[in-house]
Design a protein around this ligand. Structure first.
Ligand code: DC
Length: 224
């Protein structure tokens, strides 16, 4: 079967990674969470007190920021490593979510991440989710999906997920974080979040996971 590149972009917490993981598993493709790279860079910068508005400091810090993914058979997914430490779970914290959009808006940081993402796609057979995958990372991808859902549904989903790990979190904190990230991600100068002209929109406000997967598989099957 022909191998293709599938990109999934969209707003925060609209189920991109859920769909991307299931789609990759069904097609026996590699799944890459590009947001995890920006989160891991943010973690490194916070731990090392790097001022991301200072170009020199950023460039120097990036030479010490080594990222790679490793497949974990237990979780059945690729997990991200920062300088050989598995940070897949730490990067999901609200402390990171509060800063990641600012860090991801810096041009040098985007070039650093995009170059690595493009290398991962050279053999195709990949599903990558993020904000600029169909527009900047793989503008020639065979299948581009743009996901959206009502903000109240997205807040509810993310709150449930975060509440399990941190029962002190409030729904208002989750809502303001999502709204802030969506705003910064779609208004930044360098490759802002937007739907690629040739992307197919999936609004999953009223769709089950099984329904959205079924639809995405049908789209992919036409191309492979
Ligand atoms: O997908 P996520 O919520 O884990 O992404 C975290 C942040 O990283 C998101 O707010 C914006 C940024 N991001 C980006 O700018 N470009 C990408 N391709 C992926 C994520």
């Amino acid at each position: 079967m022909k191998k293709i590149i599938i990109t999934i972009d969209g707003w925060s917490s609209c189920g991109k990674s859920t769909l991307a993981k299931q789609l990759a598993k069904t097609l026996n493709y590699v799944y890459i969470d590009s947001g995890a790279m920006y989160r891991a860079i943010t973690l490194y910068f916070l731990r090392n007190h790097i001022d991301w508005t200072n170009e020199e400091e950023v460039n120097e810090a990036l030479t010490h920021t080594h990222l790679h993914f490793e497949y974990n058979p237990k979780s059945s997914q690729s997990e991200i490593f920062l300088n050989d430490e598995n940070v897949e779970y730490v990067i999901r914290d609200l402390v990171i979510a509060e800063k990641v959009s600012d860090v991801a808006a810096i041009a040098a940081i985007r070039s650093f991440a995009v170059a690595q993402q493009q290398k991962m796609g050279t053999k195709k057979g990949i599903v990558m989710d993020g904000r600029d995958i169909g527009t900047t990372v793989f503008p020639d991808a065979e299948l581009k999906i743009f996901m959206t859902a009502d903000i109240s549904v997205r807040v509810e989903r993310r709150f449930k997920e975060m509440f399990e790990k941190n029962p002190n979190i409030t729904i208002e904190e989750v809502r303001s974080n999502l709204e802030m990230r969506d705003y910064i991600d779609s208004h930044r100068e360098v490759s802002p979040l937007r739907k690629a002209d040739d992307a197919v929109v999936i609004d999953n406000t009223h769709l089950t996971e099984a329904e959205q997967l079924h639809y995405a598989i049908a789209l992919a099957m036409k191309l492979i």
